[in-house]
Design a binder for this molecule. Structure first.
Ligand code: ZN
Length: 165
């Protein structure tokens, strides 16, 4: 029985990766947040994502959400800006007093949750530092389409993929 078990693990991984590689087609990303600050940020992001055929919906139940967003207060002069994400469980934190565009910060952290790492191009939304005019690229849109209905194994595989790209 032990031999069978050892065979089953890589098999399950292959099936999982195969299923995950299927063309992603989700168009509605669900966000859970108890903070009213989420609404203007999502409204702004939705205007930006409309041309990509993507919509963000704020939901009332955490278990129905693809990502969960919490706003945190950052002390004045704190060099840590923008946001942070725990991609494995879909948690995002956004600094409330950030001078940057919070919609771009949310987009950046959502892309981490979709398995996208930092990019060297300073005009990319995935550049390490936040700033004006960060652009969303076609491969970012494809990655975002993986988020609707994402599961815990899906999150794991999304992070695994970052090692290969
Ligand atoms: Zn980042």
């Amino acid at each position: 029985m032990k031999r069978l078990f050892l065979c089953a693990i890589p098999f399950a991984l292959l099936i999982g990766i195969g299923a995950y590689n299927a063309e992603p087609s989700g168009s509605e990303i669900r966000i859970y947040s108890t903070d009213a600050d989420i609404h203007p940020v999502v409204a702004r992001l939705n205007r930006r994502l409309a041309r990509e055929g993507l919509t963000i919906l704020v939901v009332d139940v955490a278990n129905d959400a693809d990502v969960r967003v919490k706003f945190v207060d950052v002390a004045a002069g704190d060099p840590t800006n923008g946001g942070a994400s725990w991609p494995y469980d879909g948690r995002i934190e956004i600094a409330r007093d950030d001078n940057e565009d919070l919609a771009t910060t949310l987009l950046h952290e959502m892309l981490h949750c979709a398995g996208v790492g930092h990019e060297y191009d300073p005009t990319s939304v995935m550049y390490r530092e936040s700033g004006a005019r960060r652009q969303l690229r076609p491969h970012h849109v494809s990655a975002l389409r993986r988020l609707p209905g994402i599961t815990t194994p899906g999150r794991f595989i999304a992070q695994l993929r970052t090692f290969f790209y």
